[in-house]
Design a protein around this ligand. Sequence first.
Ligand code: FAD
Ligand code: NAD
Length: 466
Amino acid sequence: MKSYDVAIIGSGPGGYVAAIRCAQLGMKTAIIEKYSTLGGTCLNVGCIPSKALLSSSHHYEEATKHFEDHGIEIPSDIKVNLEKMIARKQAVVDQTTGGIDFLMKKNKIDVYEGLGSFKDATHIKIEGKDAGEIEAKNTIIATGSKPSSLPFITIDKERIITSTEALKLKEIPKHLMIIGGGVIGLELGQVYRRLGAEVTVIEYMDRILPTMDAGLSKELNKVFKKAKCKMMVSHKVQSVERNGDEVIVKAENKKGELVEFKGDYCLVSVGRRPYTDGLNAEAAGVKLNDRGQVEVNEHLQTNVSNIYAIGDVIKGAMLAHKAEEEGVFVAETLAGQKPHIDYNLIPGVVYTWPEVAAVGKTEEALKETGTEYKVGQFPFRALGRARASGDIDGFVKILADKNTDEVLGVHMIGARCADLIAEAVVAMEYRASAEDISRMSHAHPTFAEAIKEAALAATDDRALHV
Ligand code: FAD
Ligand code: NAD
């Protein structure tokens, strides 16, 4: 039986990054993955394929709606080849997952293909292609998550689908009904709206993206409405039935009335659940909490001292970069280092267009804690760069402490915000004040100038270009 310093179960961004960092730190490392490709949800059916389809559909929308504004004339019969678009997405996925194979080899990490399950706290059974058993001094559980649903819904994977199926549809839906106006619903909703589907978003809460700053929800809602998506907030879904090629969704509105929606596809995107099926955590004595998450302490250690857990399978935001930070954290902890993660400074991004990005506290959270704060906001439409490219929707909002001027939260919606948010993360990691940001040179003309202007607005209402 082969013996390892550390075994990692699951090869998503949490698991494979943990493996690389463990190997870098000199540990003999194994990674176990039940599927034949590495990379987990993120690379196979999450971040990467959804961004590939967002990019392709964005190109189509640019060509059909915006090229003309730029003086580019295109034939009127321009059309989508969905099969080719999906094939390109798959090629991007294959190339990316192949890259992880390369990284495992480069770092001399042993890869086992098969379902990993605990025999006890130091032995893992592998069932599948590389069946057998290994011994591990330490184990990191990185088994991720799966789509969750509502108790009365049967996901048939044909017309009542999750994000996994929505990433490989064979036709463009005529009417895609989306249950859940969160990140997945909005990203994939925008993909199919751009490709020509009628889209209805049915959200239980009174706004889309209910966990983000309300200003961002409001602005993105406007963008979706402008694109003629039906945005049904405050609607509680009661039933989802299939009748041949038709799906019927019934939901209760604020007034208590039952509203019926009919379409040919229904995407269920109401969140994800931690995944521990088949892991046999009990055999190692590892405790799960009542939400099915692996319970961990501040060192991401389970109740069994040589077993750790990271990523979507534990508490916290279900984000690839959160899982990655935790992978590095555990590897460094095992190596005797004292790593640190500031969970408040893990940014959240929605890759719609305009992009939505945020870090730190929302206005709602600051109000709740009674923190005195000031707001500096700057609209992209006032920037030369935004007008030059025609991307004028959105704004940057900076929330700073009223007394100390320390930046407490940055919330933005607009072109390239997914990348712009990095500046806010760096600033907040170094506990910058709004004035600090406002005094730094930002290249002209760039979208980043909106951050400097919002910082000027927060400092003492002295934005230059509004
Ligand atoms: P996962 O990526 O879920 O990986 C877990 C792996 O463990 C899987 O490969 C699974 O097969 C394997 N496994 C499970 N049990 C066993 C077992 N017993 N034995 C062996 N292997 C096992 N996040 C972002 O930050 N940005 C995005 O843009 C983004 N887009 C997304 C889009 C979609 C459509 C979806 C669904 C998710 C998206 N996410 C995004 C979320 C992101 O994918 C997850 O947060 C991330 O993948 C979690 O990483 P993980 O390593 O914890 O788990
Ligand atoms: P989510 O938590 O983002 O959104 C789920 C939405 O469904 C919420 O708005 C919620 O109020 C709503 N909802 C819940 N029950 C409902 C009901 N009965 N009827 C109507 N609406 C209901 O979850 P998701 O969009 O499924 O995404 C799952 C996870 O994947 C998220 O945690 C997210 O972090 C991650 N993800 C991230 C990205 C990204 O970072 N860009 C992209 C996709 C997914």
